[in-house]
Design a protein around this ligand. Structure first.
Ligand code: CMP
Length: 143
């Protein structure tokens, strides 16, 4: 069974999109196995976005991602990593198809509502950054 890390960013929370976005994943059939709500500590942001630390947009992105609470969660299900990426749409909302989270709700690449792991390696890395093993819950889901 595959797992992925997902984060609804400050703009998604502030615009009241949390329920709508979670609902998409629940209706698709994915299981929420961990969740945390709050402002990201700076050290967590630097670890999570390690590969972007030297990018010119990093300081602005860091300021934005810590500007308000985010909802972090882990989803479990068959093919969940690729499917959630598809459901979120392209990182640049201008290229995101209608019907995807970013296609429906985002306009700028900076404020693009949601993040999800892009591959099995990044999913494993990101889940470990944000959750301990004890914070990931096992339970039976009724379809
Ligand atoms: P995310 O999927 O969270 O992973 C990296 C993030 O960097 C990405 O979403 C964007 O929000 C952000 N990003 C990528 N390119 C730019 C850019 N040119 N300007 C601002 N933010 C960017």
């Amino acid at each position: 069974m595959e797992r992925t890390f997902v984060m609804i960013k400050p703009d998604g929370v502030q615009r009241g999109l949390v329920g709508e976005i979670l609902s998409r994943f629940e209706k698709k059939g994915f299981k929420i196995v961990a969740a945390k709500f709050g402002v990201l500590p700076e050290a967590v942001v630097d670890k999570h976005y390690e590969e972007h630390l030297a990018k010119p947009f990093y300081p602005g992105m860091k300021a934005y991602i810590t500007s308000g609470p985010v909802l972090r969660f882990v989803l479990e299900g068959d093919n969940v990593i690729a499917t959630v990426r598809k459901m979120n749409g392209a990182t640049n909302p201008a290229e995101a198809a209608p019907g995807t989270v970013r296609g429906d709700y985002a306009l700028s690449i900076g404020k693009n509502v949601i993040h999800a792991s892009d591959a099995p390696e990044s999913a494993a890395r990101e889940i470990t950054i944000h959750f301990t093993d004890a914070e990931i819950v096992s339970y039976e889901k009724i379809d």
